[in-house]
Design a protein around this ligand. Structure first.
Ligand SMILES: NC(=O)c1ccc[n+]([C@@H]2O[C@H](COP(=O)([O-])OP(=O)(O)OC[C@H]3O[C@@H](n4cnc5c(N)ncnc54)[C@H](O)[C@@H]3O)[C@@H](O)[C@H]2O)c1
Length: 379
């Protein structure tokens, strides 16, 4: 076993949603050890949390600038090699920029930045380096979304003619209907979240899932967003029509006010020979449909699955693996890339996915503001 990769964490403190997912995922395949962090903007809170999870406190820093400066003083073999950025969106860009400028690999939460221009700056920096940059579109790590990608790549669906991705949640209802509570989440603050709430937070996952599974690039979009209240600055729901090259078309339906919905991400891809459908809340079932046969269900761990899918399964069939394992698969791919080992391009979303994501987010808002007109995505 090679030495563990030294991982730093920015954000993801005890008060966060996503921190636990990254911490556990990074440990699942025994590739990483967390050696330093800024878990929280308050140093005392960061240190308190480090003690709670039993991480030495001597490399818990006041802020990300100090983390970079102090780590660079350490001998290379002790230094943090890769940092995970798990803060509210507006901090992703300055953190990722500083890390890339100073030779650290990056695992960045989505959306990668708050603007397309920032995303392009990061892309240029990365292009000049030999560093690894991953964007954690977590759902690409599931064995059955990987299977979907590989089946579509092998031509199992024939020519793609229709795509339908839905990401429905209802969590923002109690906040959005109470004016006094709207300031209680950074996701509704454009300064912290970027120009979009719903499309930036979850629509972008649906967009990425379409491009990940089909291997196609969305060419143009038309968006109708819903802000629900005139004084609310952020979309919390929306429908986006999408067009590909040729005559393939589709729809992204995304909502944070879909009452009663939890984390309802589903993707269906329809080709002229067959179709595949997958639902995040039942991730171990991939439905293969056709016009002339009964529905087939593919499940993880069986030899009939692709190499990429099987690589993301650790246990024999019938032992359910979930979101922690999906994120762990992304961390595993990043570990291989950092070590210079061979890996499949489907193992983790990259800077290009991050840039495409910001292109999508900005285009949806532009389309809506222009009176629901078609907008071409930048190639
Ligand atoms: N991949 C996914 O499916 C997924 C799911 C949820 C969230 N996310 C993304 O993860 C990021 C964090 O989301 P969340 O829901 O965990 O947010 P959160 O508000 O729950 O947690 C944010 C964390 O960042 C810390 N933080 C804030 N400012 C900081 C600073 N200056 N330095 C260091 N730490 C700081 C906070 O103390 C907190 O621990 C967002 O970009 C979000 O879009 C991704």
């Amino acid at each position: 076993m090679p030495k563990k990769i030294k991982l730093g964490i920015l954000g993801g403190g005890g008060d966060s949603l996503i921190g636990v997912l990254h911490r556990i995922a990074s440990h699942i395949n025994d590739n990483y050890e967390i050696v330093g962090a800024v878990f929280n903007p308050d140093l005392g809170e960061s240190i308190k949390f480090a003690k709670e999870i039993d991480i030495p406190t001597n490399r818990i820093y006041n802020d990300f600038e100090t983390l970079v400066e102090e780590e660079l003083k350490l001998p290379k073999e002790e230094r943090i090699q890769v940092c995970s950025i798990l803060t509210p969106n507006f901090l992703h860009f300055p953190m990722a920029k500083k890390l890339l400028e100073n030779g650290f690999h990056v695992i960045c939460e989505k959306p990668m930045t708050t603007t397309y221009d920032e995303a392009k700056i990061l892309q240029k920096l990365l292009d000049k380096s030999n560093l690894v940059f991953a964007v954690t579109h977590t759902y690409t790590g599931y064995p059955m979304t990987r299977q979907m990608r590989e089946m579509i790549k092998s031509g199992a669906l024939g020519k793609i003619q229709k795509v339908d991705a839905q990401y429905y949640q209802g969590w923002i209802n109690p906040i959005i209907h109470d004016k006094s509570k709207r300031g209680s989440t950074w996701r509704l603050d454009p300064e912290k979240s970027g120009i979009s709430c719903c499309m930036g937070d979850i629509g972008v996952h649906a967009f990425n899932m379409i491009e990940f599974t089909t291997g196609l690039q969305i060419k143009s979009i038309l968006a109708d967003l819903n802000y629900l209240y005139d004084d609310n600055k952020m979309d919390i729901d929306g429908t986006v029509l999408v067009r590909f090259e040729g005559n393939a078309k589709g729809v992204i339906r995304s909502s944070q006010i879909a009452t009663g919905e939890e984390n309802g991400l589903t993707i269906a891809v329809y080709g002229d020979k067959g179709a595949l459908k997958w639902e995040q809340e039942n991730p171990n079932f991939l439905y293969a449909m056709s016009d002339d046969k009964p529905v087939q269900i593919y499940k993880p761990g069986h030899a009939y699955n692709s190499e990429l899918s099987l690589d993301g399964t650790k246990l024999p069939p019938g032992h359910p693996e979930g979101i922690f394992d999906a994120m762990a698969n992304i961390y595993l791919g990043v570990a291989r890339a950092i070590r210079g080992e061979k890996y499949n391009s489907g193992e983790f979303p990259t800077m290009n996915d991050g840039v495409r994501g910001l292109n999508f987010i900005e285009s949806t808002v532009k389309s809506h503001q222009q009176g629901n007109s078609w907008v071409n995505l930048i190639k």
